[in-house]
Design a binder for this molecule. Structure first.
Ligand code: ATP
Ligand code: MG
Length: 216
């Protein structure tokens, strides 16, 4: 039986914050994806490799079994839908929140009270649609792929739905957080078939991640 494993990670905070969890499982990654152009990184375990993919592509690689497991933000998982994925552990890393923000001069509360139709720019269509539907607020959603905070500044939208951690990006762009939609953190995702066929190799890693995440 082939018990070699492929782990899908994105560069940046998820890669950085997953390294200590891997170390807790006895796995070291020596290449730095910020410096190397390699998309496939070896690890100290010859049977485990890491593939570097776009954050929003992690669930797709794992769903189709191109990666056996991966680490993805709740934001990304909600938009993906989670089909074919087993999500055994909230890793408690890459923590932030999903929020609604508007230009400092925009009276969001009164626009909502008056039943105004709002234009909302976001990368997170599903979460935004459900949030405003639950509040009974009418919105036109504008899909963006990045730099949501520019939307209200140039008149593209009245509001944005985006991730916030310290709030410094919002402040730098004269935006105000007016609603917190949900807390976000990253989860371990495992391909459902791999969980069965590669259980022997996967289970100890899942357990090590679980223990390490709990002691964070
Ligand atoms: P890309 O840069 O490829 O467009 P991205 O911007 O979603 O993708 P990152 O910024 O690295 O990629 O974010 C990866 C994940 O980290 C997000 O899906 C989210 O779960 C989490 N995250 C994003 N922004 C923050 C933040 N400010 N603080 C903490 N975690 C965050
Ligand atoms: Mg980014």
């Amino acid at each position: 039986m082939n018990q070699s494993l492929t782990l899908a990670l994105s560069k940046g905070r998820i890669f950085d914050e997953t390294l200590p969890l891997l170390e807790a499982a006895g796995i070291k990654v020596t290449d730095d994806p910020e410096k190397s152009r390699k998309l496939i990184l070896p690890t100290s375990d010859p049977a485990i490799r890491v593939v570097i993919v776009r954050a929003s592509d992690v669930p797709t690689y794992v769903q189709y079994g191109a990666a056996d497991f991966g680490v993805a933000g709740k934001d990304v998982l909600l938009e993906h839908g989670g089909e074919g994925l087993y999500q055994p552990v909230d890793l408690n890393i890459a923590k932030c929140r999903m929020s609604v923000a508007v230009s400092a001069g925009f009276d969001y509360a009164s626009a909502v009270r008056q039943g105004a139709r709002l234009r909302v720019a976001t990368k997170y269509l599903k979460v935004a649609r459900e949030h405003f539907a639950a509040k009974g607020v009418h919105v036109d959603l504008i899909k963006l792929y990045g730099s949501m905070e520019l939307g209200p500044l140039v008149g593209l939208s009245d509001a944005i739905v985006d991730l916030v951690s310290t709030g410094s990006t919002l402040r730098a762009n004269h935006l105000v957080e007016v609603e917190q939609i949900m807390d976000i953190s990253s989860r371990l995702v495992v391909n459902r078939a791999a969980l069965k066929t590669k259980r022997e190799k996967l289970q100890p890693i899942i357990e090590a991640f679980e223990r390490a995440a709990r002691s964070e």
